[in-house]
Every structure is written in C-alpha cells, then in structure tokens.
Write a new protein. Structure first.
Length: 382
C-alpha cells in the first residue's frame, strides 16, 4: 500500500489486481489525478475529479464493483459568539489544511432575550447563548468561506427551514453550490425555539408539516424546469428557479434531530440522518438507522438510501469544563479516549462526524482542531 500525499492529507491507495481492492482519493490534486489516470484502462467507473475523498471501490471476480463511503469529519465554524471574519477564515483554512472534510454553520434569524423553550441538542436542555452574543448568518458565512477554500464541503447545521420560504432556501443553496463547485450540504430541522417563530409571525405548532412540504418544494426547485407545486402551505405554478445546483441530482439533504417524526422525515426525504451523539448509543443508533432505511425502501428509495452522520460536542480545552461537559453531553478526556468512543459509533454505521468545539476563544477552537486532526481522525481512518 503506497501513500499519496495531498498537502497534509494522507490518501491511502492500494492498486492490486481486478480481483483485489482499490482505494483512491479523488481530490483534484496532482498526485490523485496521476493515480487515477493510471487506471483509465480499468473497468471501474470513476467519479468526476473533486467529487469527495476516500470512497472505497472493491471488485472481485464474481461480482461487479461496489462503493462504500469512508468516514468523513467536519467542524463547526465560529459563527456564534464571534463576529470577526478573520476567525472564520482561520478556522476554515485550518480545517481544510488539516484534512477535515467539511465545515458547518448554525442558524437562527432572531433570538429572544429570554425564553422557556427547551434546547434539544444538549443533554441538559440549556441553550448557551447569552443576550447580546453575535450569531452570524449561515449562508452568508458559507459563501464567504467558499471564496477562499477549494475542497471542504459547506454545510448548514442546520437550516431551520420552516422559518423561511422554501423557494428562497432553494435559490440560496443552489447559488452556494454553483459558486463553490458543488460543495454544499443542506442540513435541515423543524426548529425548537417557539419564541423565535412567534417573533417572525409563524405557527410553531405546525412547523413539522411545513418542513415536510418545504422539502418537497426545495427539491422541485432544484430539479424541475418549471416548478409546479400544490400543497397545504405552498401553491406554486408557472415559475422557474435557476441555476440548478452543480451537484446532481441535488445537494445532499441532512435531516437533523432524534425524535420519531425526524426519523420518519429522514427516511422519506433525507440523504443522511443527523442526530446528536448524546441522545443515543451505538447499538440503538444502528437499529434506528436500519429501520430508517427499511422505511425509506417503502417510499421507493434504494437500499441504504439514508446515510448516518453524527453531531459531536467535544471539549478539548487545556482546562475543560468537565461538569458542564457532562451536563451537555460533550466528549472530554484524552483524544485516544474520544477516538475509542467514536469508533463504536463508526462500527454502528456513522460515515460523517461533525465536531462542535466547546470554546471560550479562537485559540480553544484551533487547539481542538489540531488535536482532532492529529490524534482522533487518524485512529478512525486507519
């Protein structure tokens, strides 16, 4: 097995015979293009240049080629509590240079100065954003990041789709996808903050039904030459939405959350299910994922249509808040311990981990990325 070098990224490659195993990194760097070109004469179908990294092709004499996704890793950008563009740039560039696969931005339009809603993405239900804390718009941030990166995927974690008209989200995501060369991921959720819906004049109690219908309309805008849609909340005809996304058939849709309606929604509409780690165990996650794909098949979707991703809070600060981390469901301790925990989830089928660093400063975020990329990611990719 000969390593290929893409900057600071190791691309495992083994080129054996037609009855052996082939692993290639399909980043559009010179070493990978060279390796790919050496196999032009093979019978294996190759994806286009730059269409992600680490897909494993296997071939034996008795069967056709199959493709299994290798594990990918992403990190949340510092869009909450910081409004310094240099901080966003430094973290995005560090993520790309460190070999991480994606960067992510969160979403809220407005935040109430006080609320009684329970935050669903922390084990203790507390929303740790103080009044007056900046919260950058996710799509604007990701468009900014697209301008100085070339490889990392650009994801929303998550877009609160019921807060916006789906045609506007479809247009924004398609534009981001085109300008970034096909790197966008649309993560979606119904939303949890009743006070935010009320401030925007929206019906909080019907947000799940609105989200389901919105996902249908987003897909129609992305894929159809003329958008025609008649539903309970949206009625559209005689319009078009161009450009369509660069990715075909469309950017991946990740469905965030861990409730039964979320799992049903992911089975019907999702390209990936995106729950938080604290809410499940590896065994329960594997069972739920299996059932989800069985349900997806009843909607006419292919076997294994819904991938499995995981939102992971980590506290790798030099002086971690151990009590707070336990309350929030964040992973702490030595990187090797974190890698061992995540390996159990990888065995359960997780193909993309998204890390949310617990941080008080930019230095905390950068330290976390350094430790993850040096001591956690290699253990899970080996």
């Amino acid at each position: 097995m000969n390593p290929l070098s893409c900057g600071r990224v190791s691309c495992p490659s083994s080129i054996i015979s037609n009855s052996g195993c082939l692993r290639l990194c399909f980043r559009s760097c010179s070493c990978c293009i060279s390796a790919r070109n050496s196999l032009v004469s093979s019978a294996i179908d190759m994806p286009p240049y730059g269409e992600g990294c680490g897909r494993e092709y296997t071939r034996d004499a008795a069967s056709s080629c199959t493709m299994r996704p290798m594990i990918e890793f992403g990190v949340s950008l510092p869009t909450i509590g910081m409004d310094d563009p240099s901080a966003v740039r430094l973290v995005a560039e560090q993520a790309e240079a460190s070999g991480l696969d994606s960067v992510w931005a969160a979403d809220h339009i407005v935040l109430p100065t006080s609320h009684t809603s329970t935050y669903p993405y922390s084990a203790d239900g507390e929303f740790l954003i103080a009044p007056g804390m900046p919260f950058l718009d996710q799509f604007t941030t990701l468009a900014y990041v697209a301008g100085f990166t070339s490889r990392v995927k650009l994801g929303t974690a998550v877009t609160l789709l019921p807060l916006r008209h789906p045609l506007a989200v479809a247009k924004t995501t398609a534009t981001l996808d085109v300008l970034s060369g096909g790197r966008s991921i649309l993560g979606v959720a119904a939303g949890w903050l009743r006070e935010e819906f009320e401030a925007l004049g929206l019906d909080f109690d019907r947000r799940g039904a609105v989200l389901d219908e919105s996902l249908r309309l987003v897909r129609a805008a992305w894929t159809e030459p003329e958008v025609r849609f008649e539903g309970q909340f949206f009625d559209v005809s005689g319009v078009e939405s161009y450009p369509h996304p660069a990715q075909t058939p469309h950017p991946p849709i990740w469905v965030g959350g861990h409730t039964k309606p979320v799992m049903r929604r992911a089975a019907q509409f999702g390209d990936a299910w995106f729950p938080p780690l604290f809410a499940t165990t590896p065994q329960a996650l594997a069972e739920a994922h299996r059932a989800m794909n069985e349900e997806a098949a009843t909607h006419g979707r292919g076997n294994g249509a819904v991938a499995l991703s995981l939102r992971v809070l980590v506290d790798l600060r030099s002086e971690p808040d151990l009590a707070g981390a336990e309350k929030r469901g964040a992973l702490t301790g030595e990187p090797q311990r974190i890698a061992a925990t995540l390996s159990e989830y990888a065995e359960a089928g997780v193909s993309h981990f998204v890390f949310l660093p617990q941080a008080r400063s930019l230095a905390d975020v950068q330290r976390t990325i350094d430790l993850l990329s040096a001591k956690v990611v290699p253990e899970l990719r080996s």
